[in-house]
Design a protein around this ligand. Structure first.
Ligand code: ZN
Length: 177
């Protein structure tokens, strides 16, 4: 069982560094009520995505829920998508740097290289096998959240520490450009 009052774990918490375990029984009450709560939680937090380890559940589950906001006006609008036991089956050779943040690393933004397109396979909230392709911002979110299941955070992929900024300075920069 898990604590229904979900709380975000912050960088430094060892659970964020563990390899998460595959979900065995998607239909179980535990998993279904957790998914419901996680969907509500990421919506309340205004996040673009969240992975189960970020709330202390070391299982291979994340949610993608891109929508435009003041920080990412060009983010595509999507229905919140539950991703269970994901695999990335193909990466485009091309990668691009883009700005990322993370609920577990509040107030920090960094430029992170990600493959621009990926092919993925995962299970839906109902246990259906989904095979699809993501590109651009959605490919970025998927790779960011997938990393959380591997015990990685976005800062691990930063190539140059000069590409890490505090959010206040980052906002000044993007509002100037
Ligand atoms: Zn994150």
């Amino acid at each position: 069982m898990y604590d229904k009052n979900l709380q975000i774990l912050l960088l430094g918490n060892p659970t964020l560094r563990k390899i998460a375990q595959p979900v065995v029984d998607i239909a179980s009450n535990h998993t279904q009520s957790f998914l419901k709560d996680l969907l509500q939680f990421v919506n309340d937090q205004n996040g673009m995505g969240i992975a189960a380890p970020q709330v202390g559940i070391s299982e291979r589950i994340f949610i993608m829920c891109s929508k435009p906001n003041s920080r990412y006006p060009y983010a595509p609008e999507m229905e919140p998508t539950v991703v269970i036991n994901p695999e990335i089956t193909w990466f485009s050779p091309e990668a691009k740097k883009g700005w990322e943040g993370c609920l577990s690393v509040p107030g920090v933004r960094a430029l992170v290289p990600r493959h621009t397109s990926i092919k993925v396979r995962f299970l839906s909230q109902l246990g259906d096998v989904i095979e699809t392709e993501y590109s651009g911002f959605l490919a970025r979110i998927f790779q960011h959240e997938f990393d959380h299941l591997q015990g990685k955070v976005f800062l691990d992929r930063v190539e140059n520490s000069l590409e890490i900024m505090m959010e206040q300075e980052w906002l000044k920069m993007i509002n100037q450009s």
